[in-house]
Design a protein around this ligand. Structure first.
Ligand code: NAI
Ligand code: PYR
Ligand code: MG
Length: 474
């Protein structure tokens, strides 16, 4: 994978230099010539004739870090003490921790939080199981469950390697919605074992967020768990992505002045995300939607072993278009990529209809990088945090679960998903909307609350709420 497309990186260089033979200007010039930007300087130690400094340097391409190192090593009087990758530093020891809500100072405290007094609380729950929601962490917890089979667009990298993403999701849950989420990476990719394991851990949780489990197993796992558990089960890559995509597309279509019924949409990658994004668009009125996977367009003149593809072929592609992405992209108004890096070429975009909308949402590297096509697209979005228009399920899942937990919903249903999409779309006014601002940022202070409120209202309306939050009580 090309380092450039993984985005800018920042490193901390610890340098010791002889201040009698070398000025800081020499050091800064060497870094700049090799393509680095110094964004912070910390003086660690100064002594007679020498100085130790930490320089935080950003580079666009990791090749530049080698150039910087070479240039610095060539400077007489300078010692490169250490290089640290800031991203790895941030991951040292993991990104999250658990903290007690009250301190335990003495034996009396100990008796109450633990044995003997805890037994009375246990028995209260035993007698009335729904008290688990008031007397345990259940009312605020979500399990982020993965089997490591489709981690971002990195593929089947396994459960250990999936942990940094799941910790990241847990972190986002807490930071944006104050939900206590637990990363749970399972050492099995067997559908039945995953279902049974999630069922077995469910008592501790108010909701289950399935993450990065590949299609088609993810469909059965989610369906079965929805039927067999009484707490919301939500496959984020399917529904979180579809909700945000739908909100983004409504907004982008306003920019180009096209209507959802009239556009040709090509979805590349009919896996978990592609299937759900397509379903939401078909139910929103898209008539001409063509799905493309490894063997080209899914079309009803062919038969598929994968039942979800068979359904897809029978419910899309009305003109029975066949061929590769490069073929079916002709005349498309919208490209939605939820597949792999680099699959969409500039020549493909040139063959799209006037004012093309390109949502290249594969992570970490999109189907096409914005800089490759920005001069020929009307609206461009990616799933990443380092470009404008981030279409990413992070905009949905914190507010969605905040709402579902607050009303103790038994499920997350279609009404709640639609409410979340409308909430996201409502945060940007027509005056604010532009080709670089079709979707609110996850840092928009209104986003989680707006989604949460609409989700609670939808859950109450559709009778899946077990608790009516105070502000909705008559
Ligand atoms: N921006 C966002 O919020 C999200 C982005 N994604 C991204 O979407 C991608 C897919 O994720 P999932 O649906 O969870 O994985 P998945 O494994 O369920 O689906 C991926 C699909 O892409 C297909 N594919 C692979 N190579 C292809 C090719 N050369 N041409 C056409 N199709 C090809 C696979 O056959 C599969 O059907 C990943 O890159 C992921 O990071 C997923 C969820 C959310
Ligand atoms: C954003 C996300 O969930 C993914 O790329 O898989
Ligand atoms: Mg994911």
């Amino acid at each position: 994978m090309e380092s450039k497309s993984l985005g800018g990186k920042s490193f901390i260089l610890r340098l010791e230099f002889n201040t009698e033979t070398l000025t800081f200007g020499h050091v800064a010039a060497a870094i700049s010539e090799a393509g680095g930007d110094i964004i912070a300087i910390d003086v660690i130690q100064t002594g007679r004739g020498s100085s130790i400094r930490d320089l935080t340097v950003t580079v666009k391409d990791s090749v530049q870090i080698d150039l910087i190192t070479e240039k610095l090593k060539a400077l007489e009087g300078l010692r490169l003490v250490n290089i640290s990758d800031r991203t790895f530093l941030l991951h040292l020891g993991g990104k999250i921790e658990m903290k007690p809500k009250t301190p335990i100072h003495n034996r009396d405290d100990l008796s109450r939080v633990y044995t003997p007094d805890v037994a009375r609380v246990c028995m209260a729950i035993h007698e009335e199981p729904k008290k688990a929601f008031t007397l345990t962490i259940k009312r605020n917890t979500v399990a982020v469950v993965s089997d490591g089979s489709a981690v971002l667009g990195l593929g089947n990298i396994g459960s250990r390697a999936a942990m940094p993403v799941m910790e990241g999701k847990a972190m986002l849950f807490k930071q944006f919605a104050d939900v206590d989420a637990f990363p749970i990476c399972l050492d099995t990719q067997d559908t039945e074992q995953i279902i049974q394991t999630v069922k077995a851990i469910a008592p501790a949780f108010g909701g289950i967020n399935l993450e990065d489990i590949s299609a088609p197993r993810c469909f059965e796992i989610e369906e079965r768990l929805k039927q067999e558990l009484d707490i919301p089960v939500f496959h984020d890559d399917q529904h979180g992505t579809a909700v945000v995509l739908y909100a983004g597309l409504i907004s982008a279509l306003k920019i180009v002045g096209k209507s959802i019924q009239d556009v040709k949409v090509v979805v590349c990658g009919i896996g978990a995300a592609g299937m759900a994004c397509s379903k939401i668009l078909l139910s929103a009125g898209v008539r001409n939607l063509v799905g493309v996977d490894r063997d080209g367009a899914l079309v009803s003149t062919r038969t598929y072993d994968n039942p979800s593809w068979q359904w897809f072929a029978e419910n899309s592609n009305p003109n029975k278009e066949e061929g590769s992405l490069a073929v079916v992209i002709a005349g498309a108004d919208v490209f939605i990529g939820v597949s792999r890096a680099g699959l969409l070429k500039r020549e493909d975009v040139q063959r799209m209809a006037k004012d093309p909308i390109v949502f290249a949402m594969a992570n970490p590297v999109p189907e096409v990088l914005p800089e490759e096509v920005e001069d020929i697209v009307a609206v461009m979005a990616t799933g990443r945090s380092d470009y404008p228009n981030q279409i990413n399920n992070v905009l949905c899942f914190p507010g969605m679960f905040r709402g579902a937990l607050d009303c103790r919903a038994t499920v997350i249903n279609e009404e709640m998903k639609l409410a979340a999409a409308e909430a996201i779309a409502s945060v940007i006014s027509d005056d604010e909307r532009s080709k670089f601002y079709i979707i609110p940022s996850v840092f928009n202070s209104d986003i989680v609350k707006t989604i949460r409120d609409r989700v609670v209202e939808a859950a109450i309306r559709s009778k899946v709420a077990r608790r009516i939050p105070r502000e909705y009580r008559q």
